[in-house]
Design a protein around this ligand. Structure first.
Ligand code: PEP
Ligand code: MN
Length: 349
């Protein structure tokens, strides 16, 4: 249930409504907009008579939220959410670019890649230290050593860091080093992990599950929001379809659909989305044009030697060229893209 307070509602009236709903067994979440406060009341008694709330002082309107996800819905919060990561705003007019290797491998590899992507205009370094690999025999990541390398490189380049957390036991450790915690596609429905992340203060980048519908994905976001963490960034990373030519099918249509259904920002991951290096740039361009709030792209200085996802990792010069192209597209849709690259060639091809 969504309770829209009157513009002139006092803090006491908001508190009174909140307390009454809590006494009735609702979990109450508050969203303070520019003009009005909206309360989301989750749970409670299904047969509850909403007129009891409608007549309370300071209440303007009461609506049932018909979507199965509540806090993630546009009905609950019509204005878009901007997730603040230090001085970066994800979900604002500026499109943020996150880039880096799939996995941290060596200090040199991380350092060199971070310097290259920063120079091209990325502001968030990506890189995994705990890797969810399909095979138990594949490289599983360097753990804390990898996190140290990533943090060091991010600090050297004055970048933010996003890194994956696979399990509840890793939250504290990954949270110590990274600014954004990534939940991988394979963990989108790990509800105990999501619940625990709801209790953290770090922004969460929630990847879409390999076979998840948009509704299932938003319900997973709901777990984090319901736990009290409102900084959720959704990430479209391709889904499994009958097509086998590409690694996954990049569902670009999910971008405008999510924007309609939810106030949460959405990041596009064309690297995992298509899985083939020379097709990453077209998918990145299309994702930006479709309204992605940020892009996350795998870049490696020597992708042929990469321990994971080399075939979909861009060479630094390809990434630099892509950044130049993105800078041409962004203004056409009323957006800007992070800082100019030092040598990006603005060519569309
Ligand atoms: C990754 O970002 O390297 C990764 C493992 O992503 P996904 O969970 O989308 O497969
Ligand atoms: Mn990867």
């Amino acid at each position: 249930m969504m309770i829209v307070m009157q513009e002139q509602a006092t803090e006491e009236q908001i508190e009174e409504v909140t307390q009454s709903l809590a006494k009735l067994g609702f979990d109450v979440h508050r969203s303070t907009g520019a003009l009005r406060t909206v309360l989301g009341a989750i749970g409670g008694n299904r047969t509850f008579d909403q007129r009891l709330v409608e007549v309370m002082d300071g209440v303007s309107e009461v609506h049932r939220i018909t979507e199965p996800y509540k806090l993630a819905s546009r009905t609950f919060k019509p204005e878009r959410t901007v997730v603040q990561v230090g001085d970066l705003r994800i979900g604002g007019d500026e499109v943020i670019v996150m880039a880096g290797p799939c996995s941290a491998e060596t200090e040199e590899q991380v350092g060199e890649t971070a310097a290259a992507v920063k120079k091209a205009g990325a502001s968030v370094l990506r890189g995994g230290a705990f890797k969810p690999r399909s095979s138990p025999y594949s490289f599983q990541g360097l753990g804390e050593d990898g996190l140290k390398m990533l943090r060091g490189a991010a600090d050297d380049q004055q970048m933010k860091l996003v890194s994956e957390v696979m399990d509840i036991s890793q939250i504290e450790l990954v949270g110590k080093y990274s600014d954004i915690l990534q939940v991988g596609a394979r963990n989108m429905q790990n509800y105990t992990l999501l619940r625990e992340l709801g209790r953290t203060k770090k922004p969460i980048l929630l990847k879409r599950g390999i076979s998840a519908t948009i509704e299932e994905w938003l319900l997973s976001a709901e777990y984090i929001l319901a736990g009290g963490n409102s900084d959720v960034i959704l990430c479209e990373r391709g889904i499994r379809t009958f097509e086998t030519y590409t690694r996954n099918t990049m569902d670009i249509s999910a971008i405008p659909v999510v924007h309609k259904l939810s106030h949460l920002p959405i990041v596009a991951d064309p690297s995992h989305g298509i899985g083939i290096r020379d097709k990453v740039a077209p998918m990145a361009r299309a994702s930006l044009a479709a309204g992605a709030d940020a892009l996350i792209i795998e870049v490696h200085c020597n992708p042929d030697q990469a321990m994971s996802d080399g075939a979909q990792s861009l060479y630094p010069d390809q990434f630099d060229r892509l950044m130049g192209e993105l800078r041409i597209i962004a203004p056409a849709i009323g957006r800007s893209i992070c800082r100019e690259s030092l040598h990006g060639k603005a060519l569309l091809r």
